[in-house]
Ligand binder design. Structure first.
Ligand code: GDG
Length: 477
């Protein structure tokens, strides 16, 4: 049986099951950011990855894929409904994004969440070598760190939270608030996107559990009366910036960007939004501001087009079905009111595109609109910046996205302030090339320096240090 020195545990395996032409099933690397982030580390460490293979009810034996040992965790259709669509995406997601949508608290969802977390923990415990490092990813698996520590006290355990962690006034709604904090505190290092998220977490621990905290450190009691330290700290995630630079330099992608402008009727300015169709992304607010600018006569469809890519997401969760209806109604109204035969106000695309097409869109766009109401980081903002090797283009960025902490040279907005957003859009449309260049150069420096390789290295280095320190405490106890 394979035993790995580094184990990643995530809701999804880094592969998708695909049928080839003859009906044979095979695996293909999934395009996600986390996969790119961890691939080099996994390869070097002879790592294992524990996760759901992406289809309900299928039982798959562990297998090797491009140098990583994959350990599938099977989930039934009912478990996907309760643990994933229910507890993860209809309770934790809205609660952690400051209750933008109303979280639903259902005990059957929680029971399934506990049961599924236990299954992930057991799979990780089985594949981890003695003293191995295990890195748990995200809010679907918040109980895994503690479950794993109970089963395997020899392990060094890290957890990274990809979404925001809310203030205690909101967090305290959660009927299982203590269990979740205790679950997370099973880790030696609990990583967050922003310092504010780590601060909210530490305050929740003080309020709900009464454990002492000092700077980033939390003193966690063990069952035998001894204590250990957990570190709760910000490790802002990033992108594989070099791969965006490479794509942006390809002649065929640059040609495609020019073609996109042509196809849109050569407007003077193209505004772009790229989001999963999610209520956290502020798509409605963006449409409102854009629609009002047309109404006010500040812009016209001959001059300015908004391209909105809204990739399909969580289509079985009711709030997402509703959101799609609302957005499509609003897009239809704006286009109906303002389109001409030759020009459209909003080119709305409810589709997912290959990365090459995304980069061509980034290059075609004069202004990138990131108007999230709450967002852990927002990688799209960083991808746009990385792709602009020409030092042109303007990033409009919500203060409520984690990326705002680093990307201070963006045009910052509060998406709730529609007038403010309209002003920011006008300023961006009219921004002189010299100012665009100055801002873009500063943004690019940040993103290229702090890429995803640095993110994973700095998390794993902190984890190594914390693990060593906790081991020393244990051995002298
Ligand atoms: C969560 C947190 C945090 C989107 N549509 C297409 C496509 N995408 C890609 C983007 C980007 C990724 O998906 C989305 O990442 P974001 O960070 O923008 O947002 P979430 O999906 O909500 O991610 C977030 C992130 O985790 C990482 O920690 O930043 O705050 O919510 O890479 O480019 N990619 C392609 N076609 C599409 O149609 N190829």
């Amino acid at each position: 049986m394979t035993q790995a020195e580094l184990v990643v545990v995530a809701n999804r395996l880094p592969v998708d099951r695909v049928a080839d032409g003859s009906g044979e099933q095979s695996w293909r690397r999934s395009p996600g950011g986390l996969v790119t982030a961890l691939e080099p580390v996994m390869r070097r460490a002879d790592g294992a990855w524990v996760g759901w293979p992406g289809q309900p009810g299928i039982e798959v034996e562990p297998f090797e894929f491009e140098g990583t040992h994959l350990v599938p965790v099977s989930l039934s259709a009912e478990e996907i409904e309760l643990y994933y669509e229910g507890m993860s995406n209809d309770t934790f997601w809205p609660l952690y994004h400051d209750v933008i949508a109303e979280p639903r608290y259902r005990r059957v969802w929680w029971d399934a969440y506990v049961k599924v977390n236990r299954r992930f923990a057991a799979a990780a415990a089985e594949v981890a070598a003695p003293g191995a490092t295990v890195w748990v990813q995200d809010y679907q698996l918040q109980l895994v760190p503690r479950m794993l520590r109970e089963a395997r006290p020899d392990l060094v355990i890290g957890y990274f939270h990809h979404i925001p962690f809310p203030a205690y006034g909101l967090y305290s709604q959660l009927p299982w608030r203590r269990q979740v904090l205790e679950g997370l505190l099973g880790a030696d290092v609990i990583g967050f996107q922003r310092a504010a998220d780590a601060g909210n977490f530490a305050r929740a621990v003080r309020r709900a559990l009464r454990y002492p905290t000092k700077a980033s450190g939390i003193t966690v009691p063990n069952d035998d009366g001894t204590t250990r330290n957990a570190l709760a700290k910000a490790f802002p995630i990033s992108i594989d910036a070099a791969s965006y630079v490479e794509l942006a330099r390809r002649p065929e992608i640059r040609a495609r960007a020019a073609e996109i402008r042509e196809e849109l009727g050569n407007p003077k300015k193209i505004l772009l939004g790229v989001d999963r169709l999610d209520y956290t992304k502020g798509i409605r607010h963006r449409l409102k501001a854009f629609g009002e600018l047309l109404e006010d006569g500040k812009i016209s469809v001959e001059e300015v087009t908004l391209v909105q890519v809204a990739s399909p997401s969580r289509e079985r969760v009711e709030a997402y079905v509703q959101l799609r209806d609302e957005i499509e109604l609003r897009v239809g109204r704006i286009n109906g009111d303002f389109d001409t035969m030759g020009h459209t106000a909003i080119r709305y695309l409810h589709q997912a595109y290959p990365r090459e097409e995304m980069v061509a869109l980034f290059l075609a766009a004069d202004v990138m609109l990131v108007t999230a109401l709450r967002d852990g980081m927002n990688l799209v903002a960083k991808e746009y910046v990385a792709a602009r090797t020409d030092n042109r283009g303007v990033l409009v960025l919500s203060e409520f996205a984690g990326a705002a902490d680093e990307l201070s040279s963006a045009v910052r907005i509060n998406p709730h302030d529609i007038d403010g957003m309209k002003d920011a859009i006008m300023r961006s449309i009219e921004m002189p090339a010299a100012e665009q260049g100055r801002r873009m150069r500063a943004l690019r420096r940040k993103v290229l320096e702090n890429d995803v390789a640095r993110w994973s290295q700095s998390f794993l280095a902190a984890l190594d240090a914390a693990g060593t320190a906790n081991r020393a405490i244990r051995e002298t106890a």
